[in-house]
Design a binder for this molecule. Structure first.
Ligand SMILES: [Zn+2]
Ligand SMILES: [Zn+2]
Length: 333
């Protein structure tokens, strides 16, 4: 079968691998679509994602497919089921797992990071992380359940109230997911920042956000109860803190470089009684992600920009492609 293998730092190769055999507790998935995200850029460049990836490895932690075979102990899934796979597998034995914080697991393994993922025609995963899809969720959308589930986890860390004014900083794929989720959670208003007028105008129309702010031209007003930073740069992290009113919550969702810092007025944190939170991966949040797709509250077909082939992945990851925005790879028919 065809597989895109990370063979070393900044090296991807299409190889013909043997189709894997599912173990007793595993499911063999015929991959249909796989999303490409910032984690894949990091892994391609030799940096850690949620965990370090050791080549040779097949990436693809955002995926969807159809069950092709099941191990002897698998009872709740059958051949032909449409599924998506939560990449993150927790050890269940460390202090974090045993205190209801599995996302902080000391020995996390992950499909598409520490074991082969969805950028190949067939991959295996333990039954416990395979989710059957509702009839009305298409396989292309389902490949984005993982990023949506990370946003669900982020939202669960916040205390969302109907009176709040919310701001999403950054109109990349994650920012647009958060904007749709905040709309559906019922806050007073949802504003969105970006850097291009035409892109922002289109997003306002498509997603129904209340106001868009082009930060290359306009300063963000300090009027938000909830601010979600979805870029991961020091400048936008500073904007996030500065955009708050008293009592506000800031979710630092964007992933910065491992050694990156930003500056913050600590008196402001004190005087406004701010809550600043990080959010790591997606514990128990796949059901929520699937429900958001099923109900249409999050519509990713509006915000997936490119459907590409396995052969195109390297040019997207090394920046030589001129494709912009979210790419989803079509793996098999
Ligand atoms: Zn991802
Ligand atoms: Zn653990």
């Amino acid at each position: 079968m065809k597989a895109l293998v990370l063979t070393g730092k900044k090296q991807l190769e299409i190889q013909n691998l043997d189709q894997p055999e599912p173990k007793a507790n595993e499911v063999l998935v015929n991959a249909k679509y796989a999303g490409i995200c910032g984690t894949d850029y990091a892994l391609y460049n030799g940096l850690p994602g949620s965990a370090p990836a050791v080549p040779p490895i097949v990436l693809g932690h955002e995926n969807s497919g159809v069950v092709a075979a099941v191990g002897s102990d698998v009872k709740d899934l059958k051949v032909g089921d449409k599924v998506t796979v939560d990449p993150n597998i927790y050890c269940g034995k460390c202090d974090y797992c045993r205190t209801s914080r599995p996302e902080l697991c000391e020995s996390l393994s992950a499909v598409g990071v520490t074991r082969n993922g969805g950028l190949e025609e067939y991959f295996t995963a333990p039954e416990t992380v395979v989710y059957k899809l509702p009839e009305n969720v298409d396989l292309k959308s389902a490949a984005t359940c993982e990023p949506i589930s990370c946003a669900v986890h982020g939202m669960e860390l916040l205390d969302i109230k109907p009176y709040q004014k919310a701001l999403v900083i950054g109109d990349g794929f994650m920012g647009l997911i958060f904007a749709q989720m905040l709309k559906s959670y019922g806050v007073k208003s949802v504003d969105l920042t970006g850097r291009h007028d035409d892109k922002l105008a289109e997003e306002k129309e498509k997603l129904g956000v209340d106001r868009v702010i082009n930060t290359t031209k306009e300063k963000i007003p300090a009027e938000y109860d909830v601010v979600i930073e979805a870029v991961g740069q020091p400048a936008t992290q500073e904007q996030a803190v500065e955009a708050t009113v008293k009592g506000a919550q800031v979710l630092m969702f964007g992933v910065g470089a491992p050694d990156q810092k930003f500056s913050m007025n600590t008196y402001e944190v004190f005087q406004k009684q701010l809550t600043i939170k990080g959010a790591f991966i997606n514990p128990n949040s796949f059901e929520g992600a699937i429900a958001l797709l099923q109900s249409g509250k999050v519509d990713v077909n509006k915000i997936i920009d490119n459907v590409i082939s396995l052969e195109d992945v390297e040019s997207v990851l090394n920046g030589t492609s001129n494709l912009k925005g979210k790419s989803v790879v079509k793996i098999s028919d």
